[in-house]
Write a protein that binds this ligand. Structure first.
Ligand SMILES: NC(=O)c1ccc[n+]([C@@H]2O[C@H](COP(=O)([O-])OP(=O)(O)OC[C@H]3O[C@@H](n4cnc5c(N)ncnc54)[C@H](OP(=O)(O)O)[C@@H]3O)[C@@H](O)[C@H]2O)c1
Length: 252
């Protein structure tokens, strides 16, 4: 199999870190991004290199479209320098933060922040990176179970994820000419730092999720990292334009 390179946004912690490690374990080289956790990102690079593949960490705020041109130039420069290539194979749009605010109390500033990070950012980042994605490559976006079921306090966040689900189908349609697939994974509630670590650290929330999940527990980062590595495998190259929920059967 020829060399594969994945660009993983938000690879310094949580699901992005886990996915990067799982992809690396299958021989995929990694470009990961961090927003503020430079030290953690460098540690992930070290862990990936121990698996025998190459990795670099680049700073990126996905909520700031004005930085995307510089970022794309840096990605190209790293591709040339580290891999002697000018394209990568897989784009995982994973970076993001939580927002919990009742619909009636959500401010315009909160809405704009969520939109910038969870919709506008991935939209224009992917557009900007298109020339660097190899023909036949893959885009995997990240949604949430919350785009299917409704939990109070997540209207803005979930609506942005819903927008990403629609965008994914359009990306699949329009990028098919280049044999690039676009799919979107929707994790259920997973124990990470997300939302201040509430699913992991708040026993009441943890129990509520577990008791509403068919498999009887909260999701773990490994559940999603493994799924992402599987979704980006050669065996699933014919899957296109799909939303795949990976939640252990939450709120069925
Ligand atoms: N955990 C869950 O229950 C769950 C469920 C469904 C969907 N998701 C989705 O899964 C994705 C990852 O979540 P997670 O649980 O791994 O969260 P996490 O543990 O809080 O990690 C978030 C990651 O995203 C990066 N990030 C945050 N804001 C950013 C920004 N403005 N620009 C660039 N990078 C940014 C962080 O970088 P720094 O460390 O450098 O700040 C970090 O690497 C998100 O899209 C989230 O919506 C999570």
């Amino acid at each position: 199999m020829s060399e594969r390179i994945a660009l993983v946004t938000g690879g310094s912690r949580g699901l992005g870190k886990n996915a990067a490690l799982k992809l690396a374990a299958k021989g995929t080289h990694i470009i990961l991004t961090y927003n503020s956790s430079q030290k953690e990102a460098q540690e992930v690079v070290r862990e990936i290199e121990l698996k025998g593949v190459k990795a670099v960490a680049l700073q990126l705020n996905v909520g700031d479209t004005s930085a995307f041109e510089r970022f794309a130039a840096e990605v190209l420069s790293q591709l040339k320098h580290v891999w002697q290539r000018d394209t990568f194979d897989y784009l995982l749009n994973n970076a993001g933060t939580g927002l919990y605010a009742p619909f009636a109390e959500t401010s315009e500033a909160q809405f704009d922040d969520a939109m910038n990070v969870h919709f506008k950012g991935p939209f224009f980042l992917t557009q900007r990176l298109l020339p660097l994605i190899k023909d036949g490559g893959r885009i995997l976006n990240v949604s949430s179970g919350l785009a299917r079921f409704a939990q109070p306090g997540s209207s803005t966040y979930a609506a942005m994820k819903g927008a990403m689900e629609v965008l994914t189908r359009y990306q699949a349609k329009e990028l098919g000419a280049r044999k690039i697939t676009a799919n979107i994974i929707a994790p259920g509630a997973i124990e990470t730092d997300f939302g201040g670590g509430r699913v992991r650290d708040n026993a009441q929330i943890n129990q509520m999720v577990a008791s509403n999940t068919a498999l009887g527990r909260v999701g773990l980062p490994d559940d999603i990292g493994d799924a992402i590595a599987a979704l980006l495998s050669d065996e699933l190259g014919w899957m296109n334009a799909q939303r795949i929920e990976v939640s252990g059967g939450m709120f069925l």
